[in-house]
Design a binder for this molecule. Structure first.
Ligand code: ADQ
Length: 456
């Protein structure tokens, strides 16, 4: 087996069990098992005149290589081009794109720093796998430095349609940079189709019969590789008794109450304000639901230096406060809004103890929470997943209740349907969904991508 070299913006903390963020969760366990190299930014910033070396340390079978960034890099590459240009752009939010030429310069500078730090670590037979929107031009930088190894790329977030992409300067350069890879992986067929349309329409590339993209005298394999979770591990965690969750569940059972759960990074793509509005609409449309259901929303703050994230946080706090102010009773709080990272075993227990999993992003690459919610359910008395049609997961999880996350009434009606769904229908849906998340689990994602990367 060839050595695997993974590169992503951040490396996950391989010693901790609580991580929020899909990439960390999706890759950490697999790499721990397989071994290899993981390179990324160490999360530290320094002054421009400091020049520390990359830090290399061994954790089990994984060699971790981390580099610091300067404050300027952080502002331009991370907060700027990655999170104020590419993130909103790729999530179809042109209204939030804040393009500046210095951001692009910072992005290119940092990618070239990554390439410089990675090169000395590489061995001739390595397989290199680069992740996500932060590092799109890294293959091109490595090739310029003479790197001959096969290089794959996986985009964890959506890839937008050509007319959306074309709204930012240098979009052509971005896509040309993608074509420097040997293998390109996307979450869904929609994302893959968007890339194919772009390269046909704007770069005059031809699709070969086997789906590869012809680029001059070479060709690029672009495919759909939906990311999944380690289903058995999550099932095992959910089946472990968790005392605190159990006490809370018993209390709810005595009072005859149900729980809806949402778990997200606090991000404007996750559709949180409309989710809260939909819950309030449920209580308006179906007064009998009052006092018999509560929404627990867990949201970890992220990227708080970006203005749009401060706004979403303020909006959510105001919304949950106003829903509670309007509906709460002395012994019933409709919305419990929790900031912070919950350990994964507690999260699994909370999913299992909740009758509805509410996952309503406005746009999402995949959404692992949807898959985790299914894995956590008991087969005897499962809950119901209410899922946005704009989550990548909806392409596969067709037995969930699929909703339009922009339509508050549609979500409220489907919440009511989920809360009153007969046991037999819940079991049927659960069986079908469980089969789907097992078919497309984390091991399958890894194996199918790496097999194409290794064998062409
Ligand atoms: P994210 O946008 O981070 O990931 P998601 O796929 O839902 O979204 O993954 C989040 C992960 O973090 C889940 O495993 C979840 O359990 C965990 N998490 C979130 N909030 C948490 C909290 N408060 N406490 C504990 N754990 C928490 C990106 C893309 C997604 C894509 C993934 C993987 O945006 O579309 O599915 O990468 O490719």
């Amino acid at each position: 087996m060839k050595r695997l070299v993974v590169v992503s913006n951040r490396v996950a903390d391989l010693k901790r069990s609580a991580q929020s963020g899909g990439l960390a969760v999706g890759l950490a366990d697999s790499l721990k098992r397989r071994g290899g190299v993981w390179m990324g930014w160490d999360g530290q910033t320094m002054r421009a005149d400091e020049q520390p070396e990359p830090r290399i340390r061994k954790i089990g079978d994984v060699t971790q290589v981390t580099i610091p960034l300067t404050e300027e890099d952080y502002a331009q590459y991370y907060l700027g081009f990655s999170n104020s240009v590419l993130w909103p752009l790729f999530h179809y939010r042109l209204d939030l794109v804040d393009y500046k030429t210095v951001y692009l310069e910072g992005y290119r500078r940092v990618t070239s720093k990554f390439a410089d730090a990675l090169l000395p670590v590489l061995e001739p037979d390595d397989l290199i796998w680069i992740h996500d929107y932060h590092l799109i031009p890294l293959a091109a930088e490595l090739r310029q430095r003479g790197c001959k190894q096969r290089i794959g790329y996986f985009l964890h977030i959506p890839f937008p349609p050509p007319e959306v992409l074309a709204a930012v300067p240098r979009h052509r350069w971005l896509v040309e940079s993608l074509l420097e890879y040997d293998v390109l992986g996307f979450q869904t067929n929609t994302d893959l189709g968007n890339l194919q349309h772009y390269v046909e329409e704007n770069l005059g590339c031809k699709m070969e019969a086997n789906g590869r993209i012809a680029v001059g005298d070479r060709s690029v394999h672009a495919g759909c590789f939906p990311i999944g979770i380690d289903v058995d591990a999550f099932v095992a965690m959910a089946e472990q008794p968790n005392e605190e969750v159990q006490i809370e569940t018993q209390r709810r059972e005595i009072l005859g109450r149900k729980q809806i759960i949402g778990v997200d990074r606090l991000d404007y793509t996750k559709g949180l304000p409309d989710r809260l509005r939909a819950f309030a609409r449920l209580l308006e449309l179906y007064p009998e639901m009052r006092k018999s259901v509560a929404l627990m929303q867990i949201a970890t703050p992220t990227r708080e230096e970006v203005e749009a994230y401060v706004e979403i946080r303020t909006e959510l706090e105001a919304l949950s406060g106003s829903i509670n102010g309007r509906f709460a009773d002395f012994n019933w709080t409709p919305v419990r809004y929790i900031h912070g990272i919950v350990p994964r075993d507690a999260l699994a227990a909370l999913f299992r103890a909740s009758q509805v999993g509410l996952v309503t992003p406005l746009r999402d690459g995949m959404n692992l929470v949807a898959k985790e919610y299914i894995a956590a359910q008991s087969m005897e008395n499962p809950g119901v997943l209410v899922l946005s049609k704009f989550a990548g997961a909806a392409e596969d999880l067709r037995e969930a209740l699929i909703v339009n996350p922009f339509d508050v009434d549609d979500m409220a009606r489907n919440l009511c349907r989920a809360l009153t769904m007969p046991l037999e229908e819940r079991q049927q849906r659960q069986r079908a969904l469980m089969k789907r998340i097992r078919e497309h689990d984390n091991a399958h994602w890894l194996k199918s991508f790496l097999s194409v990367l290794e064998n062409g």
